[in-house]
Design a binder for this molecule. Sequence first.
Ligand code: NDP
Length: 446
Amino acid sequence: MPHYEYDLFIIGGGSGGIRAARISSNLGARVALAEESNLGGTCVNVGCVPKKLLFYASHFAEDFNNSNYYGWSFDNKKFNWNKLIKNKNIEIERLNNIYKKMLLDASVDIFSGHASLVDSNTIKIGDKLITSKNILISTGGYPFIPKITGNDHVFTSNEAFFLKSLPKKIIIVGGGYIAVEFASIFNELNVETHLIYRGSLFLRGFDKDLREQLKNEMIKKGINLKFNTEIEKISKKNNNLTIKLTSGESLNASHVMYATGRMPNSTNMNLDQVGVKLDKNNAIKVNKFYQTNLSSIYAIGDVCNRHNLTPVALAEGSILANNLFNKKNDTLNYNNIATCIFSQPNVATVGLSEEEAKKKYNDIKVFKSSFTPMKLTLTKSDEKNFIKLIIDKETDLVIGAHLVSDNAGEIIQGIAIAIKSGATKKIFDETIGIHPTIAEEFVSMR
Ligand code: NDP
């Protein structure tokens, strides 16, 4: 038997890698982890966590205005972007340190630096060679910017979290999570915001009614949406950007942000030389146990480009660690993964869209409701909530639940448990609601 220094060497200290490291080490494995940047990966440093903090900051703007109708008044209301970014940075640094302590407490060796593969059991960091029985690649992804003239003038979500000042006017390109979330954040912070998407309606793949509802809400809040168009060229004069669209129109802005998807971080670790197979988008190919074509090398999370969500990477990390070091042989069930887009208002969903349900089931029943949330009844806000349930007529099973509302993610998380447990519409109907809440609508749809 060859002697290896470690049982598991993890390249990439994001959500999935850290979870796999901690569990493996607690199960008695000798574990090391290499990270070239800050611990915590995209989610902690330039993703979910700072985005949610910016989301909270931006939502105060609406809350302050609405509170006026509840008797509050504020003189001299002011927003300080630099203070927000400074406090956000302090919080992220705190989290980086917590992750470091968590790994050290679990006796995981941490290597700072860029790691690459020498062979299927050897890792190189600087001049140092390290051997391991198993290697896990959990290096995540990076924002993709299409090749267009002038794309050196644009930035991505990575930089958005560190802007020196709040933009005056921003154009956001893309129609996925990041584009929609940042459009909401900047708009609420009083930035003139334009969102440009190449298709006919953003959030492709989500339920059509949800997408329409969010489109209407975003327009009402003052976001300029331009669909069926792309940027052809960007030029810069002084500090002003001129953006030429394929529709022939030209726009000016101080900032252009691209949120046009993310690519797997897989091309700078010598994977091709070692023989690890990638797909056409450079995602690492793995089987259902996260094993690559080389039996000692595994990959989880965004570098596999499947369900690019933090909780999925966490679950994959847990399953892999238990399979390797706890004699388990588990796989993850990717059905009914709940998700939330932190737009204003939030959009959250679990299960099938109506379009998907129609393809999969012979006969479905759809319940929908649109209403003004109680919190806004005293105010002048015309924001509407929207709820939708999709039922398989034959079994009465709830196969899709969708919500546009404040805190939609908090509500859909509970609905996801019900759907995972196989709840029928009858069980929803028999459930007594909590009054007055938005969530009670889910058990009152007749
Ligand atoms: P998405 O993959 O969600 O969306 C990418 C968008 O960019 C799509 O609208 C796509 O259009 C468009 N696009 C792609 N290529 C081009 C191009 N060449 N020119 C113009 N438009 C283009 O990516 P995001 O960057 O928004 O987010 C990345 C991932 O991060 C998401 O998939 C999600 O899994 C995760 N994430 C999750 C969050 C959450 O859970 N709240 C928050 C943020 C990110 P089309 O639809 O036509 O393909």
